[in-house]
Design a protein around this ligand. Structure first.
Ligand code: DAH
Length: 359
């Protein structure tokens, strides 16, 4: 842009007018907020077309300058006003289109976060603990990586004992195993407490080299132990009867069948009457398969050898201490209660299975 060709006052004013009028027309076409800024710089900026014209003021007599200045200010003001007006128009438009495109339908139902649930093994474990804690049993746990000694020798399973064949063992190192049962906790509890009664319940994972529809290399047991002066087999029976009624229903009965476990003498396998057919042993009963009984745990009177291993005084006849112990498989109880046919379902983490255990 150059100074007025004739350098006259009228010429300069006309030039400002033509720039301003063209600018106003262009402004009406400007469609983005960004282009308005460019526009402002190009016309009104330091190096804009308006300033270029006004540079010619130097060649104008001083008396004529105010007239040009007044005209320039007038146009500038109009342009500023027009810019501001266009700016608010475009801002409004932008907001309107944003509101349109980002519309939220507040009438849509909200998405519920999926609710979690405790695993059936945890649920069953807690239920069993609750029953025994009402009888005064304290929960205590032992390590899953256990010494070979406490797992076997200390609970009366010597190195060459055939009972070791019953439990194929994972060895974790020389003299160290993944415990094959929770029974070593009996020994830990007796050694650590050292006073009576010892009345503990010990839940936890155990490990065996087994893997099929009814055996898993890792599963869960709960061990029970009650040692005190004068604890008898009848106490064992009473405690287990209470347990069976609380877990399987108030009309449940139990029966003890003589059996062998190295850590008890006498030992028994304990059955509960079938809660599905009320112990009748119905022909088609899917739970007990017609026998009327369900095997639920092993139990017995603590073998004197364990007292000896715990460091009790043999000469004084272990000071009159006796005790009973029992051990049960949590998965087995959970499977019976929920009629689960395949043990492996417990470990697959399939939500179709797990979501059925929401409280
Ligand atoms: N430890 C046994 C097992 O894993 C279960 C058991 C049986 C525990 C009899 C006991 C008991 O305390 O008295 O097969």
């Amino acid at each position: 842009m150059s100074v007025s060709p004739d350098g006259s006052v009228a010429g300069m004013i006309a030039q400002l007018k033509s720039i301003a009028e063209k600018a106003l027309a262009d402004l009406a076409q400007a469609s983005t907020l960004e282009s308005l800024d460019e526009f402002r710089v190009a016309v009104l900026g330091k190096k804009g077309s308006f300033s270029e014209v006004l540079k010619g003021l130097g060649g104008i007599p001083a008396s004529d300058r105010p007239a040009i200045g007044a005209a320039a200010n007038d146009w500038k003001r109009k342009l500023e006003e027009a810019l501001d007006a266009r700016k608010s128009e475009l801002e409004e438009k932008r907001l309107a289109s944003q509101l349109e495109s980002e519309r939220i339908d507040i009438s849509l139902p909200s998405r519920q976060p999926p609710a979690g649930a405790l695993h059936p093994i945890t649920q069953t474990t807690r239920k069993i603990i609750q029953v025994f804690s009402r009888l005064g049993f304290d929960v205590t746990t032992g390590p899953e990586i256990e010494t070979e000694f406490l797992t076997f020798e200390a609970v009366n399973i010597p190195k060459d004992h055939p009972a070791r064949d019953m439990q194929d063992t994972f060895f974790a190192g020389p003299g160290v195993v993944l415990r094959t049962h929770t029974s070593p906790v009996q020994m830990r509890a007796m050694r650590e407490k050292g006073e009576w009664p010892v009345r503990i319940l010990s839940p936890g994972a155990v490990y065996r080299c087994d893997d099929d529809a009814t055996h898993s290399p890792m599963f869960h047991q709960i061990e029970g132990l009650w040692v005190d002066h004068g604890v008898k087999m009848s106490h064992l029976k009473g405690v287990l009867e209470f347990f069976a009624r609380e877990i399987f229903g108030s009309d449940s009965k139990i029966r003890l069948r003589p059996s062998y476990f190295p850590f008890v003498e006498p030992g028994a396998e304990v059955d509960v009457s079938c809660f599905n057919c009320s112990g009748r042993g119905d022909d088609g009963c899917r739970v007990c398969r017609g026998s009327g009984w369900l095997e639920i745990l092993g139990a017995g009177m603590v073998h004197p050898r364990l007292f000896e291993m715990a460091g009790f005084d043999k000469k004084s006849g272990y000071a009159g201490l006796t005790g009973f112990a029992f051990g049960l498989g949590v998965e087995r109880i959970a499977m019976l209660l929920h009629r689960i046919s395949d043990l492996r379902l417990m470990y697959q983490g399939d939500l179709r299975f797990l979501s059925q255990f929401r409280a």
